[in-house]
Design a protein around this ligand. Sequence first.
Ligand code: ATP
Ligand code: MG
Length: 245
Amino acid sequence: RISIPPNHPRAKSLHTREALVDGYRRGLVVAEGLIAHGRGEAYDYLIGECTTKTAQRAIKAAAAMLLLSRHPVISVNGNAAALCPGAIVELAKATGAAIEINLFYRTEERERAIKAELETHGAENVLGVGSRASATIPELQSERRRVDPDGIYSADTVFVPLEDGDRTEALVKMGKKVITIDLNPLSRTAKAAHITIVDNIVRAMPALAEAAHQLNGSKSLKRIVDGFDNKKNLRESLKIIRGVI
Ligand code: ATP
Ligand code: MG
């Protein structure tokens, strides 16, 4: 293990990598997850490694949508659990959302490791583990089609940070509201979701939990959601990447 000097110009990014590699060693993250993170890093570089104003608007709309939902569910994969377990639990508590584990590369061992990690950070009732994932998302072939009947299957809103495009599209087809965090504004997930937060999950998840605390009880939740235009928001993110704004 190397120690990262605090004044290293890429210290934050290196710490995030360390957290992911550590998650890999502890059996939370798969090798493919490390590659997916690399794609995210490239886009993070292009947006300036900060939470843009555009992302802030999406975060506010996402917090409002979660607070308005009857049965919101946060879908957690290995990378999310390794990078921001505390913020996931905080968001769940702030919005009354359930937490469900849903893995593309599913093994019960990894499900249990992720569940334990979330519980260490205060999660209480983690859904989707083992035989609990007994319902099926129509049209999906991957292991991610198996979901919890008390969770994603019956949810009105599903928050799917770092999601694969196929499943986002399938959830939208099922009539669910879908929120995502995805650094790539061009991905199928980013385009199919109702609210896309183009930001690094390590920054966006705590910001979202904070926004949910602040907006709790607000009378303008519906106005915030109705005033949000995801296509316009994605166009703005692309402009930031191209250096136009
Ligand atoms: P899609 O299936 O939606 O077309 P993809 O196949 O390119 O996208 P996936 O591996 O399915 O990519 O999904 C991972 C997504 O998560 C990528 O778009 C990647 O940019 C994004 N991503 C990876 N790491 C992070 C991170 N730390 N924060 C935010 N987004 C990230
Ligand atoms: Mg994909």
